[in-house]
Design a protein around this ligand. Structure first.
Ligand SMILES: CC(C)(COP(=O)(O)OP(=O)(O)OC[C@H]1O[C@@H](n2cnc3c(N)ncnc32)[C@H](O)[C@@H]1OP(=O)(O)O)[C@@H](O)C(=O)NCCC(=O)NCCS
Length: 188
């Protein structure tokens, strides 16, 4: 097991584009209770289901089949590494490319607005400030210079995520159906 405490100040965080070689790792992670709580709660994952969902992400897009339309838009998926050890998953996309999973209208958000979904899968890395460092670096690398705003919608009970976003300068716009709308203006 990794001893995170001793080298947290010096940690080396990197994002590696998702490949099909990561699918067994995703299968293991997606079935962890603390990930499942916030991520595809009702799916019992198999390697085949992981492949079905994530092979498009590997190719750089997501297909969403709705009642009256099919949306195919870019999504950028990565495995997060801490000192060369894979510890989690993170993806980003244009917030306006896909409807909200919570079913609310996003049209009032700024036009240039990116968003992300993520988890730290390895339990020993949670609650040590690593998430905040990961997201800070991710924003710097993939959002600044590409979007004017970054949006997040954590559940009101997801205190670690909310605290992490607040530490990075997100402010809360409002609460909708037990979800917080949090936003941060990016400087380019
Ligand atoms: C969200 C997530 C990535 C955050 O990563 P993390 O490494 O745990 O976050 P950090 O340790 O950097 O920051 C969490 C902060 O919340 C605080 N916190 C956690 N639980 C808390 C509680 N019950 N009350 C008050 N503060 C709390 C921590 O103390 C920490 O703040 P600090 O650094 O000032 O002490 C991680 O918890 C995770 O993977 N969760 C499961 C998936 C998920 O929720 N994804 C996001 C969906 S929006």
């Amino acid at each position: 097991m990794m001893n995170t405490d001793s080298y947290i100040k010096f940690m080396d965080i990197a994002f590696y584009p998702l490949t099909s070689a990561h699918f067994p790792l995703l299968l293991k992670w997606l079935e962890k209770p603390h990930v499942k709580e916030y991520w595809d709660k009702n799916i019992s994952w198999t390697l085949e289901l992981v492949r079905e969902k994530y092979e498009n992400h590997v190719a750089g897009y997501k297909i969403l089949k709705l009642k009256d339309q099919i949306i195919k838009k870019p999504i950028h998926a990565f495995i997060t590494h801490l000192d060369e050890t894979p510890i989690g998953y993170i993806q980003y996309y244009n917030r306006h490319d896909f409807p909200s999973e919570h079913g609310y209208d996003l049209s009032e958000l700024p036009q240039s607005c990116g968003t992300f979904d993520w988890y730290i899968a390895e339990e020993e890395c949670i609650g040590k400030g690593i998430g905040t460092k990961i997201l800070s670096l991710f924003i710097q690398k993939y959002f600044t210079n590409q979007f004017e705003y970054i949006f997040a919608d954590p559940g009101v009970k997801n205190i670690p995520a909310i605290m992490c976003y607040k530490k990075l300068g997100f402010t809360t716009l409002k609460e909708v159906n037990n979800v917080l709308w949090m936003i941060k203006k990016l400087s380019s």
